[in-house]
Design a protein around this ligand. Structure first.
Ligand code: MG
Length: 165
């Protein structure tokens, strides 16, 4: 997982996730949550490996950069109204956060959509934490992005398991 040249976009996307309080392990736990019932011998290391692979995709890195940037600007009150207020309040009808997340889910095909919808409803682990509005942080985009990375990694894991069985 190391010894690999990362370009600036990938490096920055990974740094931003960390800076916003989301580790690879946090996302790997979501993958485990989604996939443990289908793969009895599932290891956390496999979940983490699949998350890492998803983060190597440019579409995913672009979604991470864009979404987190908007969260940060909203937190700093630097967006123009009415967008500032919409993102800051995480207005339910906005929906662009989900659309950006779908560009991640799309990468590994249709199993991803089901996983994404499910995890978005359940909000396990780090997702519950990101949705806690009392933190003073703005995670309007990040919660969907993290859920989508977990959903995409779950699809990847499911596909690779199907290919080896
Ligand atoms: Mg959201």
């Amino acid at each position: 997982m190391t010894n690999r040249q990362m370009d600036v976009v990938e490096k920055k996307a990974r740094e931003l996730l960390n800076a916003r309080g989301v580790t690879l392990d946090d996302i790997a736990e979501l993958v485990y949550y989604l996939q443990a019932k289908y793969h009895p011998d599932l290891k956390m290391a496999d979940c983490k490996e699949n998350v890492d692979r998803v983060l190597r995709k440019r579409e995913v890195q672009n979604a991470v950069l864009t979404g987190i940037q908007l969260d940060i600007l909203a937190e700093q009150k630097k967006l123009e109204e009415p967008l500032q207020d919409i993102i800051d309040r995480d207005e339910g009808l906005y929906g662009v956060d989900e659309i950006i997340a779908l560009s991640i889910v799309n990468v590994y095909g249709s199993i991803g959509f089901t996983n994404y919808g499910y995890i978005d409803k359940q909000k396990p682990g780090i997702l519950e934490h990101l949705n806690d509005k009392s933190s003073g942080k703005c995670h309007t985009f990040l919660d969907d992005i993290v859920g989508a990375i977990a959903a995409a990694a779950s699809s990847r894991l499911a596909h690779s398991a199907a290919n080896t069985e």
